[in-house]
Design a protein around this ligand. Structure first.
Ligand SMILES: [Ca+2]
Length: 501
């Protein structure tokens, strides 16, 4: 007999094939149809998006760092897909998070780091999910313009944002782990859903800020809601100032933590942020013992963060929602921590533009590693494709579902990154980068200087080949690519245009 056999369901579209079946195969076909029908009845997947803060990509044990313990992130790695070459567009908190929320570059969404608001016409990720029938919930650090509730989220728990301490200079833990002043998050407080500060949870970062954030998110998961949820959780670890969580002070012995292979006492030239806040975390020249201690402290915070991730995963399991939830773990960008003589973010090296990226859940293959280059702004369109939600026109990122399903090996032959001075008049990014499968070119506009790295043979970016005559061909090719990509994007920053976008 001839039958039309349903062989796939993707984004609400069915795929059919005409075939001739024998009676046993007919029975089998009906059994398959019945199971697919059940799958069709199943509601769309929940989405749990977990974003850490300033976490370098090489800080997960299951991905190769044997000096750190991350048992819950390791579980995610084994249960899902890990991307080794995921990057942020801009390694700075606000613009990177704006790219996640809009699925667009800062040139499109209008949020480079000078306090510019996200353009109102952008279709925000949470809003898109809400309009598609999702609960949209938010826990943790908020640093972009507006509030979560003006950015598509219906409700917050453990919202952590600036202000609310009742006056300047108030901070519960004025010293970091090493006795140096706590230089970040002064005056930040937790807020209730209706915006009231919860001073009793501390002012500024405390040793248990992330525990509070996980508790807030935990409450959302435990609701077992009537419709699917999109829960966005922004943790603060391992962003400075570093405070040891209870029980984690002796977790790592600095003497056993190796220095990064590209450790330098000082960066060889002014990369554009030499006097920026992050670079003041430790004095120059960097002392190896202080760098080791800083890395050990950041590992302790990451292990504590891992414990909080474990609480959320356990809540999903205990409420029977584990199988129908897409879990995404990533960070807004990485951190130098002594590599290249730098301490902070705000640079184009792998340790800082790179982010950990793991996905698990429906539609995600188990225990796979992918080397495809992807951006954080691709998460929004990727999740929309997995959940069968139409993509708004303002999204520039691309879904990497074709990589997850092995239809494509890569979606970008090259990726780009950028960093602006955070203060002063708006101007084009002073650091610009292009990276292909093998090569990376960085341009420093304030010095009119290039760096060229052969990542295949120099993964830690220790040999600048830009002045080497043997590499004039890749240099010229990458310069062309860099210019072609950036020229139209930085045009609006030209003198006289006071509202670049
Ligand atoms: Ca950050």
């Amino acid at each position: 007999m001839d039958v039309f056999l349903l062989i796939g369901i993707k984004s609400g579209r069915t795929v059919q094939a005409r075939t001739r079946l024998t009676p046993p195969l007919v029975a089998m076909a009906f059994a398959i149809l019945a199971s697919l029908g059940a799958a069709q009845d199943r509601r769309p997947p929940n989405v749990l998006l977990i974003v850490s803060d300033d976490q370098p990509p090489d800080t997960i044990r299951a991905l190769g760092n044997l000096h750190i313990d991350t048992p819950n992130l390791d579980r995610l790695v084994h249960a899902g897909a890990a991307f080794s070459r995921a990057i942020t567009g801009n390694p700075h908190c606000i613009p990177s998070r704006a790219e996640i929320m809009t699925g667009a570059t800062e040139f499109r969404n209008g949020s480079p780091p000078f306090g510019k608001a996200i353009h109102p016409e952008m279709a925000l990720w949470a809003d898109t999910m809400r309009k598609a029938g999702y609960h949209t919930w938010y826990s943790g650090k908020w640093m972009n313009d507006g509030t979560p509730k003006t950015r598509g989220y219906e409700e917050t728990r453990a919202l952590y944002s600036s202000g609310g301490s009742g006056g300047p200079g108030k901070i519960t833990y004025p010293k970091a782990y090493n006795g140096r002043p706590s230089t970040g998050y002064g005056g930040w407080t937790f807020k209730t859903d209706d915006g009231k500060p919860e001073i009793e949870k501390g002012v500024g970062l405390t040793p248990i800020t992330d525990r509070h954030i996980a508790t807030g998110a935990f409450g959302f998961i435990n609701r077992r809601p009537d419709k699917p949820f999109f829960l966005h959780v922004n943790f603060t670890a391992p962003h400075f100032p570093l405070h040891f969580p209870p029980g984690y002070g002796k977790k790592y012995d600095p003497a056993t933590i190796p220095l990064p292979p590209n450790f330098l006492p000082e960066h060889p030239f002014d990369h554009g942020n030499s006097v920026g806040g992050d670079e003041q975390l430790l004095p120059l020249p960097r002392a190896p013992a202080e760098v080791r201690a800083n890395i050990a402290a950041s590992y302790a915070l990451i292990s504590h963060l891992d414990e909080q991730v474990g609480r959320l995963l356990e809540a999903l399991r205990a409420t029977g929602q584990e199988k129908n939830t897409i879990v995404i773990f990533t960070s807004d960008h990485g951190m130098a921590n002594g590599s290249h003589g730098l301490m902070g973010k705000q640079n184009m090296y792998e340790h800082t533009i790179g982010v950990p990226l793991i996905l698990t859940g429906p539609g995600i293959p188990r225990n796979r590693r992918f080397a495809a280059q992807v951006y954080l702004r691709d998460l929004y369109p990727t999740v929309c494709e997995l959940a069968g939600i139409p993509l708004p026109a303002t999204v520039e990122g691309k879904s990497f579902v074709p990589v997850l399903t092995d239809l494509k090996r890569e979606i970008y032959p090259e990726v780009y990154a950028y960093w602006h001075k955070p203060t002063g008049p708006a101007e084009p990014p002073i650091q610009r980068m292009v990276r292909t499968e093998r090569w990376k070119l960085i341009y420093y506009s304030h010095l009119n200087r290039y760096q060229l790295f052969d990542l295949a043979n120099d993964p830690h970016e220790q040999k600048d080949l830009s002045a080497h005559p043997d590499y004039s061909e890749p240099l010229a090719d990458l310069r062309r690519k860099l210019h072609a990509w950036f020229a139209p994007r930085i045009e609006p920053f030209k003198v006289g245009n006071t509202n670049p976008r």
